[in-house]
Design a protein around this ligand. Structure first.
Ligand code: PBG
Length: 312
């Protein structure tokens, strides 16, 4: 009876798998703060994409981890056609073609030696407009590599418009933009820093949002839509379900939520201690995010959860 009258249910196609690929890796590298998640080799990334596809997951969001020596102030490896993310996009595309929606993180923090999401001015502050030029180049190389959807996550003002223009001007009209619309300066990104080997000292409070603010997210939403976002995202997910619900109510584009590294780590850590029932907790968080209004959920449990809902 409960199954029959359920108001919301997860479907494998709701789920998108974020995945890390590390340049030069010959074995997958475990991420200690995210038990069960690895930095993939090119080879194991292809396998993970196939497994996700077979489980019914609809998309994969790729993050590149360059060799440490390739990081610099401008994040040059992020716009190198042979940079790790571009290589990974081509690999996954060759493996699964259009069977899985291939998405890419469009941000500089994985590639800069200072770890910020943009380039810095002479006083060490993130330079919004200089960063936009870098994002335009990134959009083009990622699209050239065959990505279906770019995910600008750097929270620079004007990023969606600049990226949309860059894509349109380079013959990539069909590449979609998933805007990180409401992205909060969150403690829950902690494990991600290890996942991408980030060099960041300090924080991102000058460009990510204050957890105290909801109205600000609605303004970011209006701007992203006006600039041409095809889909919008709220991130993190669990502490911001009210933001997600409000955005989902007020737009006519698909809405995504990103259940981030710290949300994953929190459940895994408690489960490893025997403090909570892991499988139930995972499903409860995902169902809650869907109930709040997400059409798509990025989660490190995507493949496992897709199998579980299929079996249920
Ligand atoms: C920025 C980016 C971050 C995440 C996704 N894209 C890190 C940040 O903004 O600090 C976090 C994802 C996660 O924590 O799982 N490139």
């Amino acid at each position: 009876m409960r199954r029959m009258v359920a108001e919301h249910r997860l479907h494998p196609a709701d789920l998108i798998l974020p995945a890390f690929v590390r340049e030069g890796a010959t074995e997958p590298v475990p991420i200690s703060a995210m038990p069960g998640v690895v930095q993939h080799t090119r080879d194991t990334l292809r396998k993970a994409a196939v497994e996700a596809r077979e489980a019914g997951v609809s998309g994969i969001m790729l993050f590149g981890v360059p060799e440490e020596a390739k990081k610099d102030g401008l994040g040059t490896a992020g716009t190198d056609p042979d940079g790790i993310l571009q290589v990974a996009i081509r690999d996954v595309k060759a493996e699964v073609g259009d069977e899985l929606v291939i998405m890419s993180d469009l941000c500089l923090d994985e590639y800069t030696d200072h770890g910020h999401c943009g380039v810095l001015d002479s006083e060490g502050r993130v330079d919004n407009d200089a960063t936009l030029e870098r994002y335009a180049e990134m959009a083009q190389v990622q699209a050239d590599a065959g990505v279906h959807v770019v995910g600008p996550s750097g929270m620079m003002d004007g990023q969606v418009g600049v990226i949309r223009d860059a894509l349109d001007q380079t013959g990539h009209e069909n590449v979609s933009v998933l805007a990180y619309t409401a992205k909060y300066a969150s403690a829950f990104y902690g494990p991600f820093r290890e996942a991408v080997g980030s060099s960041l000292q300090g924080d991102r409070k000058t460009y990510q949002q204050d957890p105290a603010n909801l109205r600000e997210s609605m303004r970011e939403l209006a701007l992203d839509l006006a600039e041409g976002a095809d889909m919008v995202m709220v991130k993190p997910a669990l502490p911001y379900l009210d933001v997600l619900a409000k955005i989902a109510e007020s737009v006519d584009v698909p809405v995504a939520a990103y259940q981030i590294s710290g949300e994953y780590a929190m459940v895994e850590a408690a489960a490893a201690n025997g403090w909570i029932d892991r499988d139930r907790a995972i499903m409860e968080t995902l169902t809650g995010i869907k109930r709040a209004g997400a059409n798509m959920i990025l989660t490190y449990w995507a493949t496992e959860a897709a199998r579980a809902v299929t079996a249920a």
